[in-house]
Design a binder for this molecule. Structure first.
Ligand code: ZN
Length: 288
């Protein structure tokens, strides 16, 4: 695939309760059990209808038939081979990436802990005949890159490109609320370009998180979100770069219909640009 052309990518972190293993409660677990599967089903249906392949970053423990949470009452929140099976048998050929075995904190885990996590993950993927060389860091904590290299990964997703810029012009007087909105919702639209890091790995930043509609985040309207993303897609075309959206299925737990409407609107716009030959879709293993 040509890297000269503008591209559009979606990556989704599939983690269920592993994403919040250290701060889970019965309400969260209930939401995961009742909503994650129907949302994934609907997402897969939308991707099939639009012939849009995406990258699914999977927490490998979800596939572990001997996992520590198996056999417990809430097993469905921790073990989900059914969802991965649905991804793999989709009409559209999606990419499975690794989102680690147990969604550990990479910034505070030791080399030994991280190595063990990678070993477990490799074992489970192998058992399920899944081969991947793309990694998505839990909580976007980009760390232990030498171990990533050691385990033969070729590329990884890093952080929102706007965060890099924020380091330089961070406003310490921002209030708490505007800070959260600002962090999850960059004021400027950003396109991305992958780069090669010092380990020879391909680093793929993201453009924007499709934020959920719970709490203060619900103040961000579909109108402004769509406008930002549309501007980003247009910018990627004029700069021959990539526009990369990421989210979790849980970002669809609140106001689901409205979120799906937004996603469909975004995909309609991408389709229009694809028909014009202006943009192509990319999986995270298609960057070089
Ligand atoms: Zn995650």
């Amino acid at each position: 695939m040509s890297s000269k052309k503008a591209s559009f990518a979606i990556s989704i972190d599939l983690e269920l309760a592993w994403g919040c293993w250290d701060k889970t409660n019965s309400e969260i677990i209930r939401k995961i059990i009742t909503q994650e599967r129907p949302i994934c089903k609907k997402l897969l249906q939308i991707f099939d209808e639009n012939e849009l392949p995406v990258t699914w970053a999977v927490v490998t423990a979800l596939l572990d038939s001997n996992g520590i949470m198996n056999g417990k009452e809430d097993q469905k929140a921790w073990y989900a081979p059914d969802i991965v099976e649905n991804i793999l048998k989709s009409k559209v050929k999606h990419l499975i990436a690794s989102h680690s075995y147990g969604h550990k904190e990479f910034n505070s885990s030791s080399r030994e802990e991280i190595t063990e996590d990678f070993e477990k993950s490799r074992f489970i993927f192998k058992k399920n005949n899944i081969n991947t060389n793309v990694f998505v860091f839990p909580r976007n904590q980009v760390n232990h890159l030498d171990i990533l290299k050691q385990f033969d990964f070729k590329s990884y997703r890093s952080v929102d490109i706007s965060w890099y810029k924020k380091v330089y012009n961070y406003n310490k007087y921002l209030g708490k609320i505007s800070n959260i909105i600002d962090k999850t919702f960059p004021l400027k639209t950003n396109t991305i370009m992958p780069s090669i890091d010092s380990f020879g790995l391909i680093e793929i930043p993201t453009s924007i998180l499709l934020i959920g509609k719970n709490g203060i985040r619900s103040f961000v309207s579909n109108f402004s979100m769509f406008k930002k993303i549309k501007d980003g897609i247009d910018l990627s075309i004029s700069k021959n770069e990539c526009f990369h959206i990421w989210f979790h299925p849980s970002n669809f737990y609140y106001q689901s219909e409205s979120q799906f409407k937004l996603l469909n609107k975004i995909i309609d716009y991408v389709n229009l640009k694809r028909e014009q030959g202006a943009i192509e879709t990319k999986l995270l293993d298609q960057f070089s």
